[in-house]
Design a protein around this ligand. Structure first.
Ligand code: URA
Length: 297
């Protein structure tokens, strides 16, 4: 449980650093968090009470006064070592199908999804020039078994269309192949480094199959997963600056869910400028109309 609360805390801290001063929490999420915080407080050893003189009477203490026995901590299963992945198959399609099957059958990934929910693998063109990489499946994605199909995904689809493309002409994957588990039905948490390390070979293998001209890393988790974790890294500073993942040019930009929370014209323009840079890098034509999107006045 502590892991989930710590992850929520980290996420809030990160958003604060990125300039957000408030977040919207649904009543369900609020009561879920309150309950978890209460449970955690109940399991924390309280500071020792000042020693009391034994009572003169030998009457049994009232049940209220009995020291509460701390609840045993939930055992968090340890993330196994990352799997070794080698591509098998004669064509890209065959390699991709084999990999998809392997990820779908991965015992650890399957153990992390709730009954009825799915492990999620990348989708799109295996000849794509642009590989969008997000963080992890959310609630909608683990139901449909496809990345970026919820609200953030719908926004990503619109961005792709504004670039003159559609989802079938790019590749869309995630650092994680499963939604990082939370004890309750609501809420997302960022994956921790061991979880990311576990899924990374599957992402690398998808990159090796597709061989895109550019990777667009959507949000800090994607950047950390691909370039290595750096606690000092700030999306506001590195977005729009070219990096490399192995030999592939990589451009960090804001995650679409950040845009949904923070949809000022200036932020939309920043993301759009990043997409214009991507279009230029892969040799896509840019019209005057496209160049002018989200400009003031
Ligand atoms: N956010 C992500 O990072 N990936 C998804 O697939 C959906 C939402």
């Amino acid at each position: 449980m502590e892991r989930e609360l710590a992850a929520v805390y980290d996420e809030l801290k990160q958003r604060f650093r990125e300039g957000e001063s408030s977040v919207f929490l649904s009543p369900e999420s609020m009561s879920f968090l309150r309950e978890r915080a209460r449970e955690q407080a109940a399991t924390k050893p309280t500071s020792p009470a000042p020693e009391k003189k034994p009572a003169a009477s030998s009457a049994p203490a009232s049940p209220k006064a009995a020291p509460s026995t701390p609840k045993p901590k939930e055992a968090v299963p340890e993330v196994p070592d990352a799997p070794e992945v080698t591509l098998s198959g004669d064509s890209r399609r065959e390699q991709w199908e084999n990999l998809r099957q392997r990820v779908g059958e991965d015992a650890w990934c399957r153990s992390q999804v709730k009954p009825g929910k799915k492990v999620v693998f990348g989708v799109g063109s295996l000849e794509a020039d642009i590989f969008f990489c997000g963080e992890a499946p959310g609630a909608d994605e683990e139901v449909q078994g496809e990345p970026f199909v919820g609200k953030a995904g719908q926004l990503l689809t619109k961005i792709i269309q504004a670039m003159g493309l559609d989802r079938d002409r790019v590749y869309i994957g995630n650092i994680m192949n499963y939604r990082p588990p939370m004890p309750g039905p609501v809420g997302n948490r960022p994956p921790d480094p061991t979880e990311m390390a576990y899924c990374l070979p599957y992402l690398r293998a998808q990159l090796a199959i597709v061989q895109p001209k550019v990777v667009v890393a959507l949000g800090k988790t994607a950047v950390d997963g691909l370039l290595g974790r750096d606690p000092k890294r700030r999306m506001t500073r590195i977005r729009g600056q070219w990096h490399r993942f192995e030999e592939i040019p990589l451009l960090p930009t804001f995650h679409p869910s950040y845009l949904l929370r923070n949809n000022s014209l200036a932020t939309k323009r920043q993301v759009w400028e990043d997409m214009l840079a991507v279009m230029e890098e892969v040799g896509l034509p840019v019209s005057d109309k496209q160049r002018g999107f989200f400009q003031k006045g």
